[in-house]
Write a protein that binds this ligand. Sequence first.
Ligand SMILES: Cc1ncc(COP(=O)(O)O)c(C=O)c1O
Length: 377
Amino acid sequence: MTAQRIYLDYNASTPIDPAVVAAMRPFLEDHYGNPSSGHWASIEAKAALATARGQVAALLGCHTDEVVFTSGGSEANNLALKGVFFALREKGYHIVTTRIEHPAIIEPCRFLERLGARVTYLPVDGTGRVDPDGLRRAITPRTILVSIMHANNEVGTIQPIEDCARIAHEHDVLFHTDAAQSVGKVPTRVNELGVDLLSIAGHKVYAPKGVGALFVRRGVSIEPLIHGAGHEGGRRAGTESALLAVGLGKACEFALDLTPMDRVRTLRDHFWQELQNQFGNRVALNGHPTHRLPNTLNVSFVSQIGAAILERLDGVAASTGSACHSGRIELSPVLEAMAITPEAGMGAVRFSLGRATTRDEINAVVERLTEILATTG
Ligand SMILES: Cc1ncc(COP(=O)(O)O)c(C=O)c1O
């Protein structure tokens, strides 16, 4: 008998909302015109692109000309970091970020270091939060950009973005946040956060893979990564995909309503309560107890191996925070930066819930975890 399939990996990717699919379908089947053309065949695509840009802008609380469509979160992050670095080379070469960023931030930083950038990777505390005073101390007269993720993909910890952005601005430094995980889960309005640049990724918010956006505040100039014709206000060349933009736009329209997250948070808290009831101090929570995404539960099964638990949780899609290399357990850089002990970290499993998660699914997973851990001791 095959095990019931349960999807608890929404931080990795979300299914496409059926209403998003429906909105996209005409652009797959019929409206093939180039949005930049001036004839009848472009009319639908041009209008759809404008509507989609408006939907993204409404979610972020920004102007439509501040939205640059990209191929996803990675490209948005690369455009922010490299775009600012190349545009402000005369001013400085120093970037401040954190040790717990997604590789789509860490790797462009490493690349820029090879080109002469100096990058400071701020530490985090045991809950995964950065200290705004640490940021203040790290800024120098040569700092051009601070990039701190809004919410962490592994443990869900939410950063004090408003405070950090204020500090950056006190020093006349631009502030970018990677909001790929937070959008649609917690408020992400750019003026409330106080950011100059913000990245989002379609497939984390019930839109397809291969589309995302970068918010670039009016007055902030960035060098494009892709040079060509003047699409996206000269910031990203290439004929826009009305199909993908429509998908992202529709998903952003739904993401404006955060009330579904109340139910998700309740389920997530029920899950954690049940795990504590079953396992007591054999489980530990990774991440901040309150400043955390409502859907994310990263839990350490102490003295266990996360990957081994997942293997036995047949049919359950979730992620682990450790990897086994040559017989040695290596913690993820995020758990390492949080100074999680190897004994706890090696047993870390990330469960991330979403709109379709049910209480029955959570109860089924708890039941199976109880069986598995009863046999492993
Ligand atoms: C925090 C964060 N930033 C960026 C990305 C990359 O986004 P994409 O897969 O759309 O390139 C992800 C995806 O895992 C993420 O979790």
